[in-house]
Ligand binder design. Sequence first.
Ligand SMILES: Cc1cc2nc3c(=O)[nH]c(=O)nc-3n(C[C@H](O)[C@H](O)[C@H](O)COP(=O)(O)OP(=O)(O)OC[C@H]3O[C@@H](n4cnc5c(N)ncnc54)[C@H](O)[C@@H]3O)c2cc1C
Ligand SMILES: *[C@@H]1O[C@H](CO)[C@@H](O)[C@H](O)[C@H]1NC(C)=O
Ligand SMILES: *[C@@H]1O[C@H](CO)[C@@H](O)[C@H](O)[C@H]1NC(C)=O
Ligand SMILES: *[C@@H]1O[C@H](CO)[C@@H](O)[C@H](O)[C@H]1NC(C)=O
Length: 338
Amino acid sequence: MDSNNPKIAVIGAGVIGMTVGAMLQQELRNTNITVIAEGFKEDTVSCVAAGIFRPGTSFKGPTKEVTKKWINESWYYWQDILKTPEAPLAGIMPVSSYIFSKENYFITRNHLIEDLVPIYRPVEKDELKLCGEGWKYGSYFSTIKIGCDRYLPWVEKSFIEKGGKIENGRIDSFASLRSKYDLVFNCTGLGAKVLCNDHDLVSVRGQIAKAKAPWLKMAFYGDYDTYIIPGIDGVATLGGVRQYDSYNKEVCKYDAAAILERCYDFIPSLRKAEIVAHRVGLRPHRMPVRVEPEVVDGVKVVHCYGHGGYGVMCAPGTARDAIKMGVDILRSNARSKI
Ligand SMILES: Cc1cc2nc3c(=O)[nH]c(=O)nc-3n(C[C@H](O)[C@H](O)[C@H](O)COP(=O)(O)OP(=O)(O)OC[C@H]3O[C@@H](n4cnc5c(N)ncnc54)[C@H](O)[C@@H]3O)c2cc1C
Ligand SMILES: *[C@@H]1O[C@H](CO)[C@@H](O)[C@H](O)[C@H]1NC(C)=O
Ligand SMILES: *[C@@H]1O[C@H](CO)[C@@H](O)[C@H](O)[C@H]1NC(C)=O
Ligand SMILES: *[C@@H]1O[C@H](CO)[C@@H](O)[C@H](O)[C@H]1NC(C)=O
């Protein structure tokens, strides 16, 4: 192996793998990087996500400081794209949101982004009557949304234009990669559980409906995982469910009915919207998210998986840490050869 021209593979082409691939190209120019995956674009969990920048308050890295750093760096990474004409092509747009509750004011707050996003404030009394009934508490905030239906094709195109390679295939063991790559990034999402024995990784099943509602310009969150998030092309995401340790990838008609009923009660105009799809995604949940190096079967690996319900928003921050670890490994490889 040539340490001046290391060969690098990224396993996984969801939002994590593709973002790692793209950021690696910026960090290590003149390097061959190959993304290997079983599923691409619409066949990933990433493509089911609404992709809103709003972490659950339980989202967690190894320490509080690292969690904050991931979120902060991700925010500025997306903001940089948002300032360019590429933003709509990459599926990135600003979105304002209400979050209401009948139970508790604190669940409408979010300590992870309150001091990061431009606006995060308690609602006025009148705003509680904007939609739905009986809301007692609420917050209003401004944030962004990254739609992977556009982001993944956009980032893949740019990756290939810069010399990146894409391979379709399933990796069943690391040993098969040993002779070919100096460094491997493991961005397999829930695939990591099936492949290996990471019992800390569990599926949190999600199901959503896609509704043609171009008049909807804001996001709304209510109690019991009810949310309505507008899309760049007029198709809104209606959710949802959060089923712990459930691996059913089929659309469940009872979940679909419950989601629609909750969303229709919340925003009655949605009854007029055409439902164009129902989708299921298994969130790769792990506490904490795993971003760390390991030598597996003689292969130098940096893991980056387990982002749960927040992998789209937090992809750049975690990717940056993973890449830093990878670059350190390559440098020490180079040193050991002198
Ligand atoms: C309903 C729902 C709503 C969501 N909403 C949001 C949201 O608003 N905001 C947000 O930030 N996040 C949201 N998420 C979470 C987000 O979708 C995930 O955190 C994110 O997609 C994880 O990305 P990933 O790249 O790790 O996984 P994936 O997108 O699953 O990608 C994994 C990749 O690895 C490949 N792979 C796996 N195993 C192997 C193998 N053995 N060999 C080869 N390839 C392999 C797969 O084919 C795929 O390409 C939501 C999720 C769901 C289900
Ligand atoms: C990539 O690899 C090929 C051979 O596999 C080599 O010819 C080429 O120079 C490499 N490109 C870069 C940028 O390292
Ligand atoms: C957040 O990230 C930006 C851009 O990377 C950086 O300039 C800033 O110092 C960071 N702020 C905090 C609080 O970490
Ligand atoms: C990903 O990480 C898991 C957990 O350590 C490991 O068992 C698995 O082999 C890795 N998969 C790939 C394709 O790198």
